[in-house]
Ligand binder design. Structure first.
Ligand code: FE
Ligand code: FE
Ligand code: MG
Length: 159
């Protein structure tokens, strides 16, 4: 990153990189949880729900991409191994071992709620001190809020 670009980052960059890498781990695990969930889904409204899960998977991968770009620009290194993803994640990985659509929705709602909390904390951390990261995180947070809403309305459609 350029000299002035670096100078306007008014937070502890090491701490910020740690937080960004943890969110990066969450995104990869969320991506995989959605992606494999969309493949194994069965039960009521399977077609619609598998489609929504696949769509969210693609969006989580896009978030991982956005985070890794910012990590590299800030002089950091994205986590390099699957072991590190598991070690650093905030939100964990919830295997879709029960492929029932209601179960999958509930698992992924839990994941989205954790993501919303994580990004709210990141947003508070950079607020007023790193406008570029703030902008990226805000964009991701908007998607996570939409994801939660999409899944909760699918779940309520099933009642
Ligand atoms: Fe995400
Ligand atoms: Fe999400
Ligand atoms: Mg959606």
């Amino acid at each position: 990153m350029g000299t002035k670009g670096k100078a306007i980052v008014g937070v502890d960059v090491k701490k910020l990189l740690e937080m960004l890498n943890k969110a990066y781990a969450d995104e990869w695990l969320a991506y995989y949880q959605y992606w494999v969930g969309s493949k194994v889904a069965c039960g009521r409204m399977r077609g619609i729900i598998a489609g929504e899960l696949a769509e969210h998977a693609a969006e989580e991968l896009k978030h991982a991409e956005m985070l890794t770009q910012r990590i590299i620009t800030l002089g950091g290194i994205p986590l390099l191994t699957p072991e590190d993803l598991i070690k650093e994640t905030n939100c964990g990985y919830d295997a879709p071992s029960d492929p029932d659509t209601v179960k999958l929705l509930k698992q992924n709602i839990k994941g989205e709620q954790c993501a919303i909390e994580t990004y709210k904390k990141l947003l508070d951390f950079v607020k007023g001190n790193d406008p570029i990261t703030y902008h990226i995180i805000l964009e991701i947070l908007e998607d996570e809020v939409e994801h939660e809403e999409d899944l909760e309305s699918l779940l309520s459609d099933m009642k």
